[in-house]
Design a protein around this ligand. Sequence first.
Ligand code: TXA
Ligand code: MG
Length: 350
Amino acid sequence: MPRTRILKVHPERLDSAALQTAAELIRAGKLVAFPTETVYGLGANALDAEAVRAIFRAKGRPASDPLIVHIADFGQLSQVASEIPPLANELARHFWPGPLTFVLQKSRLVPSEVTAGGEKVAVRWPSHPIAQELIRLSGVPIAAPSANLFGHTSPTTAQHVYADLHGRIDLILDGGPAWIGLESTVLDLTTSPPLILRPGGIPLETLRPFVPQVTLSLRYHPESEAAESPGQMLRHYAPRALLLLFEGEGESLISAMQNIATEYLRQGRRVGLLTVDEEQEALSLPGCEVLSLGPRHDLPTIGRNLFAALRQLEEKGVEIILARTFPRHELGLTIWDRLYRAAQGRIVRV
Ligand code: TXA
Ligand code: MG
């Protein structure tokens, strides 16, 4: 078991020894967690099958769920993908570096461990300077899933990574909180029409002008069917507490959440409420943890705070979380998707 070190790196001071150390570890086949603009990733040399297998072991992730390969310039794409369709070029011009992942045909250099045995590879060029510099210094593309234990809430800080993975990985680069707080959008460009396999940091509405036919392909499979549908499991991003998702508006939403919270409190359960600034006061109940994700219409702020808030409630020992949901457009769809998976589909419609 490695002792997990945490080294701080300032996103604007990249000449640090910490980054050199991290790059050496990657080249030596070790595991390094690092910040990206979306969430923290757990990185290894994407061209080293043994190092990639270590990622799956550290996370407890089934080998059937493929990894995203991270690159640090457009030229590196042809190293990992065998075909680059014109649409990938165009989308890359607009959205790379950034929170958009392409699924393309893989090159022979990419070991089958990365792609879970498949012929397609997911690739992303992150915009976070620490991620970019780590890839550049390592000199290899870096395979990286989110740096959490399999099925748990994605990490948006180095402390979240440490809580899940200490003793299992070699190093965590601490570059402060992730900016977006939600994972990248995964877009399959090998199909016609192109399919969004996972909503993420780039909303559907933003892609549509460039990909008019783009289609959402969201499936929520129960755990038993997981092997056939990598990454589309219903139970994902889940806190250790039970989560109930409330869909509704205004007074009736607030009183429904209060009633159920009161009922659980009466049963002696520890309850947490996840809400928005505008409803926080009305929702407050003695004995209940109430957290706001931000102003109701400020979806970027709500997205940035979501995973951290779930972990915060978990740390307070909350057993049941009641969360309000959000309209399914723009970044709201991504927020809805993460809440729905964390709730394992348990929705209360008010
Ligand atoms: O923002 C992100 O994407 C973060 C940061 C670290 O880059 N990474 C991330 O990785 O969220 P992970 O492993 O937690 O999620 C990757 C998603 C999964 O849903 C996986 O099934 C899908 O991408 N994926 C990866 N390779 C794929 C492939 N070849 N075909 C289809 N889906 C793929
Ligand atoms: Mg993940």
